[in-house]
Design a protein around this ligand. Structure first.
Ligand code: MG
Length: 307
């Protein structure tokens, strides 16, 4: 029964789902699925299988799955920028890179104040073209999803990259393990997950929401938005009304912007990340450990605000 795929905590969630349309498993056979990004023009989705060092591609036109990039520098998070180029977080490259229109790879950022980054994890592109990403240590902590290596940068920061000048600024330095991140539809808020629980008992397992400064270049310290009760919030995306659809240990949780937990989409594996896709952006793609899942929603993913 498709309805069994959902848990409704708040009646408002019932309007966001189709109880006659359940969760579909589109592919299985990965070790750790992450980093989904949808190419609207190409009608396909790419996602990372980090320990297998490959990026996969799901073709929405015929349902086929193929290898998109391998070896893949243990890529993790992805985003498609306004020019339609793929932005990638590379664990093994310890950088954020971009695939140009001609197919070549450009390293956009790999050092902060002369020191190598840890292992960029997740990334979003703001409407002004700036690239915001998190840099926890997961890709240098072991050889499983990168190369085990010492830290060079003191901490695990959130960065803003100006691709026009190459300037890289740390916009948040007080997270333990900053992970997923996403802007509100008006870009006045930036939500950032902290998965520090992975390294410290009673460490953070929450999403913090920070105000973006009026000049669009820096952040306030923010406030706690939501705490994850099962597993960790890893990656997430917002819908066009500003709700947060986030990964967790046993499914996808949907939060109202006021912090109310509205509902859950059950997934039979730990979920790492999600993104909206499909011609109407109303299909939520879900990366859950070994598999790629999708569900049709009655809401559309957020896009860049109109200038
Ligand atoms: Mg992540």
């Amino acid at each position: 029964m498709p309805a069994a795929d959902y848990e409704i905590f708040d009646p408002r969630f019932a309007r966001l789902i189709h109880t006659n349309a359940g969760v579909e498993r589109l592919y299985s056979g990965c070790r750790w699925s992450e980093g989904p990004a949808y190419f609207a023009a190409g009608k396909y989705l790419v996602w990372s299988d980090i320990p297998n060092d490959r990026v996969m591609r799901f073709d929405e036109t015929d349902g086929s799955v193929s290898t998109f990039i391998a070896p893949a520098m243990n890529q993790n998070g992805h985003y498609v920028d306004r020019e339609g180029r793929l932005i990638s977080c590379e664990h093994r490259g310890r950088c954020v890179s971009r695939i140009e229109i001609d197919g070549t790879r450009t390293v956009l950022a790999d050092r902060y104040q002369g020191k190598r980054l840890n292992s960029p994890n997740d990334v979003v592109v703001k409407s002004d073209g700036s690239i915001w990403f998190t840099d926890p240590s997961y890709g240098i902590d072991s050889d499983y999803e990168g190369d085990a290596s010492p830290h060079e940068v003191e901490g695990c920061y959130v960065y803003r990259l100006d691709p026009a000048t190459g300037a890289l600024d740390a916009v948040a330095t007080d997270f333990e393990k900053p992970n997923g991140l996403a802007f509100s539809p008006d870009e006045r808020l930036l939500y950032i997950a902290d998965t520090g629980l992975s390294h410290r008992v009673n460490g953070p397992r929450h999403i913090r929401v920070c105000e973006v400064a009026a000049d669009g270049r820096s952040l306030g310290t923010g406030r706690l938005f939501a705490t994850c009760e099962t597993g960790l919030f890893d990656g997430f995306r917002l819908d066009s009304d500003g709700r947060i659809w986030t990964s967790s240990g046993d499914g996808v949780l949907c939060y109202h912007p006021d912090g109310t937990l509205l509902g859950k989409v059950h997934i039979p594996e730990v979920v790492a990340n999600v993104t909206f896709g499909g011609p109407k952006r109303n299909r939520l793609y879900i990366c859950g450990t070994t598999s790629l899942y999708a569900v049709m929603l009655n809401v559309r993913g957020a896009t860049w605000p109109k200038a």
